[in-house]
Write a protein that binds this ligand. Structure first.
Ligand code: ARG
Length: 590
């Protein structure tokens, strides 16, 4: 009985049968049910149906009400306004439904899995070799990781691809320099930290660049290296690999700080498609999708024009024969569709690359690689801004070091945790560990709680605040429940469907019931921010519940204590599961 029918589905079915009993032509019509402040649910669908049937909506609504079966699920239904239905659900139905979720032995809280799961290839967390990661890479990683977790939870087969920037002309200069100064990337120690690796690369990059700009002969040698690299010369490739390996030490250290699993096998960078590039171009040219223009292989679009009114093409191959970003992405599409058998391609990439992906996807459609059965979507995200509303940079105008940023978040969060640590009885180790989870959680939550396409301000003070829509608030809600459960002593959480519920218990219960539906919506539209907002509302319902209902009061009959323990325990499990899907931990004691 893993999957549980939600109360809203249940009510929906009751209404649908009443509707078709009243008005046979309305069979299958949607009663348009939603949660409401006036009753538990309100259905607005009768208005449109009445209009269609040329009937008086209030009269039709009254007839439908007469047909609604009340008792087990629906306690009461009445007509309101011009022909809405206000529905109150029976207390018993609420508790029984939650009890089923609580008893789900799969631990999925009754959330169903997709009947026909597909395969999604998701392209996210794609930094560039030999370069510092920036906040944009952080966004892609955080959003992508959450979408992976959410999709997997719904049963989708998810293949991760970290399309790192590990190929291109810039490597000629680096490789040449390292070949001429072979010890530049040597390590003093067997254990290299991410920071050390990045600073090695950064130093090498800067000196190589200087030489490249000032020494014509070096420049020529560097350019020749690009040709060697593309031709697969073993010595050149071996040096190139050193850059990739050194960069991975750095990437993995950042991902680990982010408490995020990135598997080496899923890192398939631009270089991984090198062998496909020529064929991609051939296929596009032979089918006429791409044409030669001034020596370059181009794809043109009617609706994409530059400021001068001339069409801007997607350049698949440059006139010197070199392949760029577009050729790689088009080859990656072929790989993902034909080898990995994807139904859905998802790209978690900065909105500023929107035009690139529009052109790439359209090209792939024309080539027949994408169609209505295999779709591609860019899950575009906005820019991270500083407190001043400008793109997030250091005061010197440089990219902010991600490691420093994450360390600072953890530090501030640790201070917040420490303040309350005495009361909860946290050891020094727990303080640091929780501080890390609160700090990283704060950064992730701030990113995930606004719609991805919007720009957002990176403000650490706000992120670790205990009040408002922050992860810390949610983590405290979870920890507080754990503390109640610990204090409960002999009393255990047990559902008692026979008990009448207080308004705050009903509101909390009805919201808990919405978890499954919320998740399916979130998964269908790739919108983790709606999950974040669901969880925030859940924590707010919990706060109201505490204000109005005591859990462990000696005045409560034993069944009330048990039923309330059950309600808060289910709330905790829902918070825990929801936060886990955002990639955020919920410490037991805080
Ligand atoms: N490495 C790129 C960057 O840093 C992002 C790659 C996005 N993915 C892709 N398939 N093009 O901007």
């Amino acid at each position: 009985m893993a999957s549980v029918t939600s109360l809203s589905d249940n009510v929906q079915q009751h209404l649908a049968s009443a509707l078709s009993a009243t008005l046979p032509e309305a069979a299958g019509a949607d009663p348009l049910l939603r949660r409401s402040d006036r009753a538990d649910f309100q259905a607005n669908g009768i208005l449109a149906l009445a209009k269609k049937a040329k009937a008086n909506p209030r009269e039709l609504a009254t007839q439908v009400v007469a047909q609604v079966v009340t008792g087990d699920v629906i306690e009461d239904v009445e007509v309101s306004g011009p022909g809405f239905l206000n529905i109150t659900v029976a207390d018993r139905a609420i508790t029984s439904n939650l009890a089923e979720r609580y008893a789900d032995e799969t631990g999925r809280l009754g959330v169903p899995t997709a009947a026909n799961p597909g395969t999604t290839v998701i392209d996210y967390a794609q930094p560039n070799v030999a370069k510092e990661m920036h906040v944009g890479h952080l966004r892609s990683a955080v959003i992508g990781d959450s979408v992976v977790r959410i999709l997997e939870f719904t049963g989708e087969n998810v293949i991760r691809r970290h399309h790192i920037g590990d190929w291109g002309t810039q490597f000629g200069m680096l490789i040449q320099y390292l070949d001429e100064h072979p010890h530049e990337l040597d390590h003093k120690d067997a254990r290299v930290t991410g920071e050390e690796a990045m600073s090695n690369l950064d130093r090498l990059y800067k000196t190589a660049r200087k030489k490249f700009d000032s020494d014509e002969e070096f420049k020529t040698r560097a350019r020749r290296r690009v040709v060697d690299l593309q031709a697969g010369d073993p010595h050149t490739l071996a040096i190139w690999q050193k850059f990739v390996d050194e960069s991975k030490i750095y990437f993995f250290s950042v991902f680990e700080k982010l408490d995020m699993e990135v598997r080496d096998a899923d890192i398939v960078g631009e270089s991984g498609y090198n062998d496909m590039l020529a064929e991609t171009c051939r296929l596009l040219e032979e089918s006429g999708v791409a044409v030669r223009s001034e020596g370059a292989l181009c794809v043109f679009f009617d609706d994409i024009k530059g400021p001068d009114g001339n069409p801007v093409p997607l350049i698949v191959q440059k006139s010197d024969g070199g392949y760029g970003y577009a050729a790689t992405d088009l080859s990656a599409i072929r790989d993902r569709v034909f080898n990995l058998k994807a139904n859905t391609l998802l790209y978690v990439v900065d909105a500023r690359q929107g035009l690139h992906f529009r052109m790439v996807f359209e090209t792939a459609r024309r080539a027949g690689w994408l169609d209505e059965d295999v779709t591609a979507t860019q899950l575009a995200f906005g820019t991270v801004l500083g407190k001043d509303g400008k793109p997030f940079k250091t005061r010197e105008g440089e990219t902010v070091k991600l490691e420093d940023l994450l360390d600072e978040a953890a530090e501030r969060a640790t201070a917040v945790v420490r303040e309350k640590a005495g009361k909860v009885g946290l050891t020094e180790r727990e303080i640091t560990e929780n501080g890390r989870h609160v700090g990283i959680g704060a950064v992730k939550y701030a990113d995930l709680s606004t719609s991805a396409v919007r720009d957002y301000k990176f403000d650490l003070d706000q992120m670790v605040s205990l009040n408002g829509d922050t992860s810390v608030y949610l983590q405290y809600a979870y920890a507080r429940i754990q503390s109640i459960l610990r204090k409960a002593g002999e009393a255990r959480p047990v559902p008692h469907p026979e008990l009448a519920l207080a308004p705050a218990e009903r509101a909390l219960g009805l919201h808990l019931d919405q978890f499954a539906e919320t998740l399916l919506e979130v998964a269908a539209a790739y919108e983790p921010h709606k999950l974040a907002s669901y969880l925030y509302q859940l924590a707010s319902h919990l706060t109201t519940f505490y204000d109005q209902c005591q859990v462990l009061s000696p005045d409560n009959p034993a069944e009330v204590v048990e039923n309330r323990l059950f309600l808060v325990d289910l709330t905790a499990r829902t918070l825990h599961q929801g936060m886990a899907l955002l990639g955020i931990r919920t410490p037991e004691k805080l």
